[in-house]
Design a protein around this ligand. Structure first.
Ligand code: PLP
Length: 284
């Protein structure tokens, strides 16, 4: 693979980052993952907008403009001949002596990007649907910032796998915040889509927003509010959204079937609509 590191495209075996990089020492960095379908970026504008938001919240400064960022994404897609998968972009606060205080603002950030192949459209998990477990949300209080501090979600994923499930839905004060790496949704018995309102408690998913728009365009009702695991278990359908899963139906929660225990029609329809919308975009 050809990867991007601080202005250069290099074979992955030649790419290097300092031992003193704050991303490595403090998880002092943020990232974005943009899906690639048919060689094209999905929702790139949304991902770049969120990148800026994360940078702002953490007082990090990126000198590259959005066109340059888009160019890096496109070049990586081209150099790696990527048809379907993702582009990962990470920005850290750069290299400095180890100190909790941020280094001088003139310290250049570290910018890394790479591609990864993934079958997104023909995904076995989309066909089968996910089994999820619930776990307490023990992450930090600024989940709206997309930081590389991902240990708790990794632990949650491992716990889910240990229990024979695919993923975890995280619960705080009795309500689901989101899944370990996606936003959580349910569909009630009036076919209203429900997903938690935006706050610092969850990531403001780009796919969440896109799917919400699509749903409203197709005259579906969407309600933004929290819900309990019990409500989700008793819902008509459940699903998750994220850049690289798009829409994955959820078929069970804590071993209780949701609906009839097979992928729901609304989740399947939203997945199809989102893929169609992505494939019809010609500008990215
Ligand atoms: N929630 C969490 C915790 C995530 O890590 C992600 C991203 O993968 C999402 C939600 C979904 O966000 P997006 O749709 O922007 O990929």
């Amino acid at each position: 693979r050809t990867v991007y590191v601080n202005g250069q495209y290099v074979p992955e075996s030649e790419a290097s980052i300092s031992v003193f990089d704050r991303g490595f020492l403090f998880a002092d960095g943020i990232y974005e993952v943009t899906a690639v379908l048919n060689g094209r970026l999905m929702d790139f504008e949304g991902h770049v907008a969120r990148l800026h938001r994360s940078l702002n919240e953490l007082n990090m400064h990126l000198t590259l403009n959005d066109n340059a960022l888009r160019d890096i994404h496109r070049q990586l897609i081209e150099k790696n001949d990527l048809q379907e998968g993702l582009v990962y972009l990470q920005v850290t606060r750069g290299v400095a002596d180890r100190d909790f205080a941020y280094p001088d603002a003139s310290t250049p950030v570290t910018l890394v990007a790479f591609t990864q192949q993934k079958a997104i459209i023909d995904s076995p998990l989309a066909e089968r649907g996910l089994r999820v477990i619930s776990l307490p949300d023990m992450r930090w209080g600024r989940r709206d910032i997309k930081t590389v501090q991902l240990l708790y979600p990794s632990m949650a994923k491992m716990e889910a796998k240990k229990r024979g499930a695919d993923d975890a839905w995280l619960v705080e004060s009795g309500l689901v915040t989101e899944a370990s790496s996606s936003n959580a949704w349910i569909v009630d018995h009036d076919n209203t889509l429900i997903t938690r309102e935006l706050s610092r408690s969850l990531l403001h998913g780009i796919t969440r927003r896109a799917v919400m728009q699509l749903a409203r365009q197709h005259d579906m009702k969407v309600e933004e509010r929290g819900f309990t695991i019990k409500e989700a278990q008793n819902a008509r359908e459940a699903f998750v959204t994220s850049a690289t899963s798009l829409v994955y139906p959820v078929i069970s929660i804590d071993q209780r079937s949701v609906g009839d225990g097979t992928p729901g029609d609304i989740a399947k329809a939203l997945r199809r609509l989102y893929i169609e919308a992505g494939l019809s975009v010609s500008s990215s």
